[in-house]
Design a protein around this ligand. Structure first.
Ligand code: PEP
Ligand code: MN
Length: 333
């Protein structure tokens, strides 16, 4: 349930109202926008007398929120959420370029790629240290050593880093990681989501291979319900009957998620297509659709990459993508 307060409500009136609602065992989330303050009520709201609440002087309107996601819901928080990652901001008009290899492979590789993508305009470095591979015989990532190398690349370039966690038992290794990624395969690992919800680190939550947008938002809700509101949603393609592309990029997810939620939406055209030749057009389309950021796999030598070489761009190709994305941004903003 949400209660929209009238303009001019004083802080002490609001405090009294919040105390009254909390006494009914409800959690109250206050979203103070420029023009409107919204109280989001979570818990057993069946006990709230809606007519009484509506009749209060300071209350403009009261509505039940029918969707099962509450804290991720735009009705709870009408303004876009802006996630701060060091000096970088994502959402609410701030656009982030995220780039780097699928996997960290060596110190030279990650530093070379980090420097190149930074020079092209990337603001955040990606790189997998723990890799969820379909085959147990495939390269599984450098694990802790990979995170150490990402931290070296961060030191060398100043770029904040994003890397994937697969198991909560490794959380200590992520202490200096700027954004923790939850990959598509773990989108509904609810225990993992709850644990990450107890941290303050921004979470890049990727849509599962066969998950609806509501399911994605419910996974965001798992993180937020534990106290971590720094969630970035990521559309990375879904499984359909089409086999030409690795997945099918759901561009409409950008608009749909923006309608449903205040959280920023990043698009990953690399995993969505699986083909380097398709990454640029899909990155441009996603930018034009209003994505808050684009995450692209870049490798200094894609043909020798230990993971996802066929969808990886060279630094030179990435430079061109950045150039064109800037043009699209100029055209739409
Ligand atoms: C990745 O970003 O490296 C990755 C494994 O992506 P996804 O979880 O979307 O497959
Ligand atoms: Mn990959």
């Amino acid at each position: 349930m949400i209660a929209v307060l009238k303009q001019g409500t004083t802080p002490s009136q609001m405090e009294q109202l919040v105390a009254w609602l909390k006494a009914m065992n409800l959690d109250v989330h206050i979203s103070e926008g420029q023009h409107v303050t919204v109280l989001g009520l979570i818990g057993d709201t069946s006990r709230v007398d809606m007519d009484l609440l509506k009749s209060l002087d300071m209350v403009e309107s009261v509505k039940r929120v029918s969707e099962p996601f509450k804290q991720a819901n735009r009705k709870f928080h009408p303004n876009d959420t802006i996630i701060h990652v060091g000096d970088v901001r994502i959402g609410g008009g701030y656009f982030a370029m995220i780039a780097g290899p699928c996997s960290v492979e060596s110190e030279d590789q990650i530093i070379e790629v980090a420097q190149a993508v930074k020079a092209s305009g990337a603001q955040i470095l990606r790189g997998g240290a723990f890799k969820p591979r379909t085959s147990p015989y495939a390269f599984q990532g450098m694990k802790g050593a990979g995170i150490d190398l990402l931290l070296k690349a961060k030191k060398a370039t100043g770029l904040p880093i994003v890397t994937e966690i697969m198991n909560i038992s490794t959380l200590d290794l992520f202490a200096d990681v700027d954004i923790i990624q939850v990959g598509a395969r773990n989108m509904q690992n609810f225990d993992l989501l709850k644990e990450l919800g107890r941290t303050k680190t921004p979470i890049l939550l990727k849509r599962g291979l066969a998950n609806t947008l509501q399911e994605l938002l419910m996974s965001a809700e798992y993180i937020m319900s534990e106290g971590n509101e720094n969630v970035i949603l990521c559309e990375r393609g879904i499984r359909t009957f089409e086999t030409y592309t690795r997945n099918t990029l759901d561009i409409s997810a950008v608009t749909a998620l923006h309608n449903l939620s205040h959280l920023p939406v990043v698009v990953d055209p690399s995993h969505a297509t699986g083909k380097s030749s398709m990454v640029m057009p899909m990155a441009l389309a996603a930018t034009a659709a209003g994505a808050d950021g684009i995450m692209i796999e870049v490798h200094n030598n894609p043909s020798c990459a230990l993971c996802d070489g066929p969808q990886s761009l060279t630094p030179h190709q990435y430079d061109e993508v950045c150039h064109r994305i800037r043009k699209i941004r100029e055209a739409i903003v």
